[in-house]
Design a protein around this ligand. Structure first.
Ligand code: AMP
Length: 420
């Protein structure tokens, strides 16, 4: 679990704002659900033989309630969707969320115990059109975040009957070879054989290579859904590869499944930036109506490692330097007037010499310093020092605000910099 200090928060905010803007452009609305939910919700939604439920949940008892810090966002969103009878009010629901998630994993680069996800869900649309749109939207978003080396993988898991037939075929394939599987996969063979395909263990991977592929088991409806998804992606010009071994760690997926990876050099083994898929049975399984759904979640920490966006360098536009106690009050008023013009501003309320205040202004990235000394106060003027143009002029106090504001706004337009 990490602290995020102010030096890094600028990048976090840029990624969060870019995400929120993208979501709004695509018609999603933000939902905020609790960070603690009843444990059975996650067990039912995610599946009791998944790694997350088996070993990674922070669960506790409180006054007889079994509670868990949410390890992901979809179960809570689905619970809220059901609890508030949202489907009765709107045929299609598009929600996004952002916030901390908790998993008791072994920490390593790009893998933490409290991490942050941004994600979204669409309830009420079963066609592959919204699946393709979601994948294409995410490729665009990662482009906006300047993430290099993107790779998109898609797969189809079919519906519950397909999964059952595939499961039986995997059991048939692995059982005679069980002795060569890792201990974990020997256990998965009994509980959740699809998860063997996910295993990173070399012994398992050797046997996975020859395992039957899910596509042989898809029924006509699944096949048509998957073919249309790929056709829409082709029409959108979204690059992707089909990965027949992609199953992902959570049990709730049906049909469409996808993952987007970023450049390996930066991210190492944890180079999966985001993952998602369809979960057409979950809402009904949780006691809600029969409503199909699809969603994704992206890890913010990983997006930040992968993104080449930099922080806005300057912390302020202007610095007001009062020289002497008598100038502090007028300096505060001057700074407030500048802020009302939309300029970021700090005042040297600690006092100190002009030299030390100029040093502070430089460190903050200020473009101008407004100096208020005894003689300036007496004459109703300020000294306006331009730290980039290296000029200095005496301006009437009342005009200085307007002139400085106009100049900085014009300069920022020239640089294409957004106004704060
Ligand atoms: P999942 O909910 O497991 O499908 O994960 C979706 C995304 O969340 C992953 O692709 C990662 O970017 C991120 N993620 C999952 N677990 C962690 C973790 N422990 N630390 C950091 N990011 C994570």
């Amino acid at each position: 679990m990490n602290d995020v200090l102010p030096d890094e928060v600028g990048r976090w905010q840029r990624v969060e704002q870019t995400f929120a803007r993208t979501m709004t452009l695509y018609g999603y609305r933000e939902v905020r659900t609790p960070q603690v939910e009843p444990t059975p919700l996650f067990v039912r939604a995610i599946g009791d033989t998944t790694d997350v439920v088996e070993k990674e949940m922070y669960s506790f008892e409180h006054h007889g309630d079994a509670l868990t810090l949410r390890p992901e966002g979809t179960a809570g969103a689905a619970r809220a969707y059901i609890e508030h009878s949202v489907s009765a009010r709107e045929p299609v629901t598009r929600w996004w969320y952002a916030g901390p998630m908790f998993r008791a994993e072994r920490p390593q680069r790009g893998r933490y115990r409290q991490f942050h996800q941004v994600g979204a869900e669409i309830f009420g649309d079963e066609g592959p059109g919204c699946d393709a749109e979601m994948i294409d939207m995410l490729v665009g978003l990662l482009g906006d975040l300047r993430v290099p080396g993107l790779e998109v993988f898609v797969n189809s898991l079919g519906g519950p009957e397909t999964r059952a037939r595939y499961r039986a075929a995997l059991v048939g394939h692995f059982t005679p070879r069980a002795a060569s599987l890792s201990a974990d996969s020997q256990r998965r063979l009994r509980t959740n054989p699809l998860r063997i395909l996910d295993s990173k263990d070399e012994r398992d991977q050797a046997l996975v290579k020859d395992a039957p592929a899910i596509h042989e088991f898809l029924d006509a409806g699944d096949r048509d859904h998957f073919a249309r998804l790929r056709a829409y992606l082709d029409t959108l010009g979204t690059p992707y590869a089909v990965d027949a071994r992609l199953v992902r760690g959570l049990d709730y997926y049906t049909r469409t499944l996808f993952e987007i990876k970023g450049a390996h050099e930066k991210l190492g083994a944890g180079n999966t930036l985001l993952g998602g898929g369809r979960y057409d049975s979950m809402v009904a399984d949780l006691g809600g109506p029969r409503v199909p759904a699809i969603g994704f979640a992206a890890g913010l920490e990983r997006l930040l490692i992968a993104s080449e966006l930099d922080t806005p360098a300057a912390l302020v536009d202007a610095f007001v330097a009062p020289l002497g106690e008598a100038a502090i009050g007028p300096g505060l008023v001057l700074a407030r007037d500048l802020r009302r013009e939309g300029l970021r501003c700090e005042v040297g309320t600690r006092g100190g010499s002009l030299k030390s205040q100029l040093r502070r202004a430089n460190a903050l990235g200020a473009r101008v310093v407004l100096i208020l000394g005894e003689s300036e106060l007496a004459d109703g003027v300020v000294q306006v020092k331009d730290l980039e143009g290296h000029t200095q002029e005496r301006l009437a106090r009342d005009h200085a605000v307007r002139i400085v504001a106009d100049r900085l706004v014009a300069a920022s337009r020239g640089l294409g910099k957004e106004r704060p």
